[in-house]
Design a protein around this ligand. Sequence first.
Ligand code: AHG
Ligand code: MN
Ligand code: MN
Length: 332
Amino acid sequence: MTLTTIERHIIDEERRHGPTSGTLTNLLHDIAVAAKVISREVRRAGLNDIIGATGDVNVQGEVVQKLDIYANDLLSGYLSHSGRVCAIGSEEDPEPLLVEPSRAGKYVVNMDPLDGSGNIAVNASIGTIFSILPKKSTGNATAADCMQAGRHQVAAGYVMYGSSTVLVYSTGLGVYGFTLDPTVGEFVLSHTKIRYPQRCKFYSVNEGNSAYWDTNTRRYVDWCKQIDPDTHRPYGHRYIGAMVADFHRNMLEGGVFLYPKDNKDAGMSHGKLRLLFEANPMAYLADQAGGAATTGTERILEIEPTDLHQRVPVVVGNTAEVERYERFSRES
Ligand code: AHG
Ligand code: MN
Ligand code: MN
């Protein structure tokens, strides 16, 4: 039996990239360590609620925090003290954290510390998403270092706190998944070179919003539901409400995830998901797994960011479906 821990795998991957300083390896390892701590907190989130029910302090005297704030503070604190990172952009923070120059490293991390946080209260899957970019400015890091197009990412991944905790990442040499073995506290290689299956089986979208969609999206989703045995339609519908979990299932089983723009309110006219914290890292992984990601008119990885918290429509999954959605978008 071969046992590959994430640490060993990251080191092996680094060798495949040729001579490097090892900084990216160590940064990925830092993220894996933080993920284990967040996973522990997620696993006892329900208990914390009970213990902390009388107020904000649990029996150990610790302040009970909301999980997304906990995950944000943990990742920001741990990574900013690592010496490997110069800037951290987070969905939870209005401005990026710029690491003090004497402790700054050469990488930028953009993250969604807790994705699908609405699922916490109902014990459904949640995740953490990360995107790693090289520092682009020559002097001290600025917010512009976080605001790079997705094609510049050197690594990306997510952690899914589901029925087990799984860390999925890529450094541009394919997508690998690791399952946390809680008995030994290690992420162990469980998914090698993940590729989208040829066949699309599922579509994932919040269909309750369909009255607010544009005609293109409505026509595409109607197409997914039509009966056509040759193309294995109708596709099954799955929607968990955490992008990480919906994306994970679609990548493993074949499917397409959509969060299109809608006209529910002014804030949704560009979609809901954030380019830098959600769309870009997932688009990078999709690309590495043989899939694709689009807004309908533009490939996600090509978008030049204009704002740290910019939102974009996202359609990600099997390449054939993404291309089909683009065709529907062009047709009307
Ligand atoms: P977050 O918890 O980080 O704000 O992300 C939630 C996102 C995404 O994970 C999910 O796919 C989507 O919001 C669900 O939104 P709806 O409830 O509008 O479907
Ligand atoms: Mn999110
Ligand atoms: Mn979040």
